[in-house]
Design a protein around this ligand. Structure first.
Ligand code: PXL
Length: 266
């Protein structure tokens, strides 16, 4: 069965991050992609020049209309922008009894722009994190969710991953890409034990949308695996290969996109 996967996220017109990147990821990994637009941005690979919200009621209408017709096998959440959107999306997910939810708590763009208001961070922690099967924070997002000082080491990450699990998701994928070192280590915590996934650090400036791509890949692969950890491992391998192939693309002068179709285009 081909899974139908939904991304509820923002639009990055450069196609490297957000909903457009999510749909490329779904397509590359054998899932049928659907999308609900939760926010608009004006941006290129060098930065964000503007943000424009989508009315919360219209986001709810997009979700309800889609679910009234289409079986959705997994949902990925990306940039939501505002507290009212977070609350509205949480209510819609409860209404449609969504169980397979991957939450990427998008807060800041690769280029350093704030994509979530401070009030929305509280709403996210309270309303969406407990609904999630998997959350995929990077270190700055983990610090914001936990209200804690900077996470500076693998030892800090292990403590933080367990504290994030206490916020209510079934699994935490705490991404260590912001630490330095020859390897990039992510910690998976299920509340009982931790697994560390290590990948070689790829040196490239094409890091725009890496978080979007990983969380979308997990959502696309969850329905195809019996164990979430296997989906997470496969998603990480996909992202590592997409990053390694990113220099084949020539998109913009800043932080370019990863190559979502690295295995398909020869
Ligand atoms: O990578 C985070 C992100 C998510 N969603 C949208 C974005 C960005 C980063 O720029 O623009 C729409």
């Amino acid at each position: 069965m081909i899974p139908n996967v939904l991304s509820i996220a923002g639009i990055d017109p450069s196609g490297g991050a957000g909903l457009l990147a999510d749909l490329k990821t779904f397509s590359a990994l054998g899932a049928y992609g659907t999308g609900v637009v939760a926010a608009l941005t004006a941006q290129n690979t060098q930065g964000v020049t503007g943000l424009h919200p989508v009315p919360a009621a219209f986001i709810a209408q997009q979700i309800d209309t889609l679910f009234a017709d289409v079986r959705i096998d997994a949902v990925k959440l990306g940039m939501l922008g505002q507290a009212e959107v977070v609350t509205t999306v949480a209510a819609a997910l409860r209404r449609h009894d969504v169980r397979r939810l991957v939450l990427d708590p998008v807060m800041i763009s690769t280029s350093g722009h704030r994509l979530l208001t401070p009030e929305a961070i509280d709403a996210l922690r309270r309303e969406l994190v407990p609904l999630a099967e998997i959350i995929t924070p990077n270190l700055p997002e983990a610090e914001a969710l936990l209200n804690c000082p900077p996470l500076l080491s693998l030892a800090d990450m292990r403590v933080a991953a367990r504290a994030l699990h206490q916020l209510g998701p079934r699994l935490v994928v705490l991404k260590g890409g912001h630490l330095d070192g020859a390897e990039s280590v992510d910690i998976i915590d299920d509340g009982l034990s931790q697994v560390e996934l290590t990948a070689p650090r790829i040196v490239t400036k094409n890091t725009h949308g890496t978080g979007c791509t990983l969380s979308a890949a997990i959502a696309a692969l969850l329905p195809r695996h019996d164990h979430p950890l296997d989906a997470i491992r496969a998603a990480k391998a996909y992202l590592t290969a997409a990053l390694a192939a990113s220099d084949q693309l020539e998109v913009g002068k800043g932080h370019g996109p990863v190559h979502h179709f690295h295995t398909l285009w020869r």
